[in-house]
Write a protein that binds this ligand. Sequence first.
Ligand code: 5GP
Length: 188
Amino acid sequence: MTNNGQLFVITGSSGVGKGTLIKKFLEKNPQIEYSVSYTTRLPRPDEINGINYFFVTRKEFESAIKNNEFIEWAKFSDNYYGTKISTVEKALKNGTNLILEIETQGALQIMDKFPNAKYIFIHPPSAQELEQRLRSRGTETEEAIQKRLSAAKKEYEISKLFTYQVVNDNIDKALEELQKIFDGNKDV
Ligand code: 5GP
C-alpha cells in the first residue's frame, strides 16, 4: 500500500473523553480526515449513520470480515467494530492525513501493518474519574459500564506499547499536546 498520507491511531478507554477531544481537534485541523468505522452497536440518540459510524447488522459485519474488507476489527463489549481497508487506502493514496479512533485490539493489528503510523493513547486522569465519566454519560447499562471498566484495566497494560501518552485532565492542555504530536514537535 502506498503511504503518502500520515496515519494517526488514537486509542483510549471508553469514557476517557477522546471523542470530544478528537472532535475539537478536527475543528481546528479541517485538513485531517476522520475514519468512520463500522459497528454493530446501536446508535446513541445524537449519533448519525455515516458520520459517527456506519451502523450495520451483525450479518453484514460478519460478511465483510469474510470478504477481508477490514484492515482491523475487534469485538468490544459484545459488538463488532472495524475499519474498512478502502477508507484507509483512499485517504493515504490521496495524501490525506487520517485519524483512526479505535480500541486496543484493533490498534495492535494495525501496528504490524503500519509501523510508521503515530500511536497515541489517551488516559483518564484516574480510574475513579473514568468510572464517574462513564456513569455521567448515562448512555450505557450497568452491565455495559462494568464491561467497559474491566476493558479499561486491560487496555492500560497495552497502552505501554503506544509511542505517545496523553492524559486528558484538562481538555485545552490535551489538545495542545495532540497538536504537537500531529505537527511533529512532540518528544516521545
Ligand atoms: P463506542 O461504543 O463508545 O463508540 O466505542 C467503543 C470502543 O470501540 C471505543 O474504544 C472506540 O474507540 C472503539 N472503536 C470505534 N471504532 C473502532 C474500529 O473501527 N475498530 C476498533 N478496533 N475499535 C473501534
